[in-house]
Design a binder for this molecule. Structure first.
Ligand SMILES: NC(=O)c1ccc[n+]([C@@H]2O[C@H](COP(=O)([O-])OP(=O)(O)OC[C@H]3O[C@@H](n4cnc5c(N)ncnc54)[C@H](O)[C@@H]3O)[C@@H](O)[C@H]2O)c1
Length: 420
């Protein structure tokens, strides 16, 4: 098969990280893509990505500022890593042009933006994939296999707690702005995807939401050192951001979820918490419980089955004799049955992004369906906003009503700003 001519659209932090992921995929021997374009209206960002790509691939992608110019370069596929307000504008246009499109999470800025992308994907012959990375972590694959094997029996309830943050800026200013993302969407959409990956579809959500820290602080503008900087790529941009700024998006959600299976979830996501931080993902079933490690940490799952010693080592694999990672993941992580791994975060990050590209390439080749499609990408955005809609109205929110847009008290203003 000919190489897939790919461009990265949006060359900020995640655009660079995606390019590192693509290089990692090539290193592992999967070389279906040819990176031919770096597209960003901020040409310095596109140039930075292209220059670093040249070091890794021995060939410099074209630096362009628009999709129109990209069509002159000639592409088969794009990877959309712009800020969230542009996901739908870019993805709809690229799907209409017939370019296979992988779009970063959140799939769209609101449920309506996602539904517009979904319709464009349905009307196009091109593939749409959502780049949701957490579920592709080999340890989360093992957790899913253990749940499917019913080692804890039937899941009854989930606890998901992510508590910390104080008044620090999370990576960038836009992450705290309601009209551009908000942290509960930016981070929460990953958790929503993981929760549905593990326990199936969410049915209802009740939440209290808060904006605890309306003024956020950016240490990089003061000391030059960043406080929140995944894979270390953000420092140069953070130094140019204001030292303090107003946050307009809620930064905490305290929620009760119900699942179609009958399971219940207790969810706390608080990015404005002081004191001792906490992170916990734990599932209790009819025969035991499973505690999962942080995503992209490589750390251990712990099983507690009543009447047995807690299990947190290689013997977890004995419970799932058929568990195998897919071929790309196996090549990247060096084993098809992993129960832990120890790598620096930059490498973990690149490998998991490489898995997303591997999945996208397989779908383009017609060998399989994408793992995270428009439906699932929309659902995850809907779960995150269900908390904000419930917080705004005090009502219990049905996911189905989120998906069909009949609930949009919170999102209306954002949609109006987008002109959709
Ligand atoms: N999966 C993850 O773990 C993860 C981590 C970080 C970011 N992300 C996602 O990646 C996306 C980008 O985040 P980031 O941290 O790179 O943000 P960023 O601000 O660092 O970079 C965004 C880039 O997009 C460019 N851009 C804006 N509009 C554009 C357009 N219409 N066409 C082309 N380029 C455009 C900007 O100029 C900027 O260079 C967001 O959706 C974010 O949620 C995902």
């Amino acid at each position: 098969m000919d190489k897939i001519r790919l461009a990265i659209v949006g060359c900020g932090g995640m655009g660079h990280r995606h390019m590192y992921g693509l290089a990692e995929l090539h290193r592992a021997g999967w070389t279906r893509f040819n990176l031919v374009g770096a597209c960003d209206p901020v040409l310095a960002n596109a140039e930075s990505l292209a220059a670093q790509a040249a070091e890794r691939f021995g060939q410099k992608p074209a630096v362009v500022g628009s999709l129109e110019e990209l069509s002159e370069v000639g592409v088969d596929a794009v990877d959309v890593t712009t800020t969230p307000p542009y996901h739908h504008t870019v993805a709809i246009e690229t799907l209409e042009r017939g370019w296979h499109t992988m779009v970063e999470k959140p799939m769209g800025l609101t449920v309506r933006a996602c539904n517009l992308i979904r319709r464009a994907a349905d009307a196009s012959n091109a593939i749409l994939s959502v780049a949701e990375n957490y579920r592709r972590d080999p340890i989360n694959r093992l957790a899913k296999a253990l749940l499917d094997a019913e080692v804890i029996g039937t899941p009854r309830f989930l606890i998901h707690h992510a508590i910390g943050g104080t008044n620090r800026m999370t990576i960038s200013v836009w992450r705290h702005q309601k009209d551009q993302s908000g942290v509960l969407l930016d981070v929460g959409v990953h958790y929503a995807d993981m929760i549905e990956y593990l326990l199936g579809e969410v049915d209802t959500v009740y939440a209290q939401t808060r904006l605890h820290e309306p003024i956020r602080h950016n240490s990089a503008a003061v000391t030059g050192e960043s406080g929140s900087n995944p894979s270390g790529v953000y420092t140069k941009w953070q130094r140019e951001m204001p030292a303090e700024f107003e946050a307009t998006a809620e930064d905490a959600a305290y929620a009760t979820l119900t699942f179609k299976s009958g399971a219940v979830g207790q969810y706390i996501e608080d990015h404005g918490a002081w004191g001792q931080g906490d992170w916990l993902r734990k599932i209790h079933g009819s025969q035991g419980s499973m505690t999962l490690p942080g995503d992209r940490s490589g750390r251990l799952i712990t099983l507690n089955i009543d009447g047995q010693e807690p299990l947190s080592d290689e013997r977890l694999l004995d419970l799932v004799p058929d568990f195998r990672l897919d071929a790309v993941t196996t090549d990247l992580f060096g084993g098809e049955r992993l129960w832990n791994y120890e790598l620096p975060f930059t490498q973990i990050d690149a490998k998991i992004i490489a898995i997303e590209y591997g999945d996208f390439a397989e779908a383009i080749a017609g060998n399989s369906e994408v793992e995270v499609d428009a439906y699932q990408g929309t659902r995850s955005v809907a779960v995150s906003y269900a908390m904000l809609e419930s917080g705004a109205t005090g009502q219990i929110v049905q996911l189905d009503e989120m998906l069909n847009e009949s609930i949009n008290t919170y999102q209306r203003e954002i949609d109006e700003g987008l002109g959709i």
